[in-house]
Design a protein around this ligand. Structure first.
Ligand SMILES: Cc1cc2nc3c(=O)[nH]c(=O)nc-3n(C[C@H](O)[C@H](O)[C@H](O)COP(=O)(O)O)c2cc1C
Length: 186
């Protein structure tokens, strides 16, 4: 797949099954993430890979965090939470590991993480894997951050669900460039 085709055809895929990327496929995807634009080369990102049984342990963290906020959570909701990390064979936790720097504000470090994640998604896509970038309350909750050893100066940029697409990828609707792009002439 050429680069422009990859850029134009990547879509998010919610239904993901085994196999997850091989060690080699994952490694090349991370290499592309590590090539993200990065002001002053702070390397303000790191990743956790969660697969196999560890997904069930993450599910238990999700449940405990939700119960901390609402001890009266219904059984249905509890079961839904326990299934959440099992929606894909692999999860990648993308973390903005912010660094103190006089010239690079936190927003730039977050933007670098976003660019890195996009590289990761595209590299997975060209290798035939699907992904879905998810956030929500689980990226903010202190109990989940603690379980993942996310430090006070760090933020979870997303849980990236990764696997083999269970269904054919949708064809993305291309937007009109002119709706978003104008010439500025002063
Ligand atoms: C920072 C960020 C957080 C997101 N969080 C969620 C999420 O929690 N749940 C969700 O369904 N989609 C989430 N999305 C959107 C999807 O990952 C996806 O990009 C969107 O549905 C558009 O689909 P597409 O990627 O196929 O164009 C998030 C996207 C970004 C950039």
């Amino acid at each position: 797949m050429d680069t422009l085709t990859a850029l134009l055809t990547r879509t998010s895929q919610g239904a993901l099954i085994e196999p997850a990327p091989s060690v080699d496929a994952l490694n090349i995807a991370f290499q592309t993430a590590l090539r993200a634009p990065d002001h002053r080369l702070l390397r303000p990102w790191r990743y956790l890979v969660i697969e196999g049984e560890a997904r069930a342990r993450l599910a238990e963290c999700f449940l405990q965090a939700a119960l901390q906020d609402n001890p009266n959570l219904s059984d249905v909701e509890q079961q839904r939470l326990l299934k959440m990390p099992l929606r894909a064979p692999m999860l990648i936790v993308a973390i903005t590991a912010t660094k103190e720097d006089p010239k690079v504000p936190l927003v730039e470090q977050t933007l670098s993480t976003g660019a890195a994640i996009q590289n990761l998604l595209l590299a997975l896509h060209v290798q035939g894997f699907g992904s879905m970038w998810r956030t929500g309350w689980v990226v903010e909750h202190s109990l989940i951050k603690q379980a993942l050893a996310v430090q006070p100066q760090e933020n979870i940029a997303g849980f990236i669900y990764v696997g083999t697409p269970a269904t054919p990828a949708k064809t993305p609707n291309l937007l009109n460039v002119s709706d978003f792009v104008n010439n500025w002439q002063g």
